[in-house]
Write a protein that binds this ligand. Sequence first.
Ligand code: SF4
Ligand code: SF4
Length: 596
Amino acid sequence: MATEYTRIAVIDKNKCQPKACNYLCHRVCPPVKMGEDAIEVTNRENWTPPVINESLCTGCGICPHKCPFNAITIINTGIKFGDPIHQYGQNSFRVYSLPSAEKGFITGLIGINGSGKTTSINILSGNLVPNLGAYDEKEDIDKVIEYYRGKNIQKNFIEIKEKKLSFAYKIQKVEEIPKVFKKSIKELLENISKDKEYYEKIIKELEIEKLLLKTPTEVSGGELQRIAIAACLLKDAQIYFFDEYTTFLDIKQRFKIAKILREKINENNSIMLIEHDLAILDYISDFVQIMFGRKNAYGQSSNKKTTKKGINEFLEGFLKEENIRIRNYKIEFSSAKYATEKRIETTLAKYPSFKKTLGEFNLEVEEGEIKKGEIIGVLGQNAIGKTTFIKILAGEIKADDKDLDIKLKVSYKPQYIDLNEDITVQELFLKKEINQDIFNSEIRRQLDIDSIIDQEINQLSGGELQKVAIAYTLSRNADIYLIDEPSAFLDVEQRLIVSNVIKSVILKTEKSALVVDHDLLFVDYISDRVLLFQGEASVKGFANKIDKIEASFNKFLKEQNMTFRQDPDTKRPRANKPDSQKDKEQRKDNSYYYTI
Ligand code: SF4
Ligand code: SF4
């Protein structure tokens, strides 16, 4: 029976194991039992995945529920879609509409991971010719041009066909660069650049001078990110794509690069930016488009919206013009952080002021107290002594001038995750150090670990690995959890879920957590109090007394020479435009971070 709306059936071919289940989905499907080919087994001899016929499937939901490997997603969209713009294959991911870049402006793309943002960029940059849903036919750019007749985006495809459009693309996975580029950074960047003066400026502003003679294998993730950004900026192009440029960068670097991108834009070029750090996205974008849908099943783009409206609608979970609910809950920023304050009473550890010198680097720490059941957000640039501080609290290394006599048991998730083990996710969580009670009650379902439980750790995507690393850190018994950059590779919704999981584990165990992150909204959302590190990277660091969020943010933003106000609707912090009235007023009042 034909449906009024579009039904989407996706089978994850990497998870499907017909040999292990003997096509259980086929055996349990009610229409199949009635003689309808809603699920077909096309090649039993070779155990190829089954095929779900979307027009015959009634959307009963039995097969996704029964599949032992979580390989099936069935979505009753409730909307009648046309053909997809691009579909990767039968029962595969598809995109129904695309965002578009606009000359002279920066367009920010926001949305969940797996909703087609990267596919969209690949299409708009000519790397992928969309098949208009005809996934078994040969690609045909003329059909795409015809399809978009009368729409602005048609010009983009005509120019792609005529090879008149030039692109520069900062890839998401910068860690892939060392695999393909073996020469020096200098050669990499000089080969791209045609403007000596701009080259010098970018090298200086992105602090790449000292890295030039190294190869990509010899630099850190943050350095690799800056090199990839420089390579993109130095290319002479009409459209620049930046796919998650903030990963591994501290706040100072994030805003510095935001300013460089704003300087780059002119009437002859455009920038499209995929970003999950909402403070940055808000600061940098002229417009926002929201990619929504269902992770790894389908995605579509909203209309172009003003930045404020787009981010607010995304947080609300409802797109007004489109009249579409994209989430059944709101993301709110102010209520959660104060709810926890009442329960913080007892002390986990007190430490005196102390000093530590490591080679050329000097760390100075003001006295402080960590309370049980609290989450301390840690703010500060990279290489400023945060890890040294925690190692001293853990008793792993000694302070220079005092014996702290504190030996906190620390469970640590590093910034660069090193879980490169040849085991499955299930095997990791069966290790004896895992507190099964906490893992099963507070973490497993919340972080959707079951959906990847049979996968090998070293086959996980960046976001999946991040969730596994956070789950693993929180599932071990410890006095204090140090979680370094948990937001990396996670979308906004996943960041919220991770925040809530960390909060619930800390609440239940009455332990404490130090959460280092560079996403200001995330730190604001998760923290009870904030520990601010100041100083000069790799030279000297100063750990302030742990203080209230507002006081620490105020000090931090003053140092960054920025002001933040609060959005009245969503309560989210928003960066003020430099020299705007609000910016001037707040500076005058010495209120760099809004007060409530
Ligand atoms: Fe078995 Fe699931 Fe694959 Fe169906 S989709 S054959 S139930 S593993
Ligand atoms: Fe069959 Fe569709 Fe129900 Fe799956 S969801 S069992 S394919 S009718």
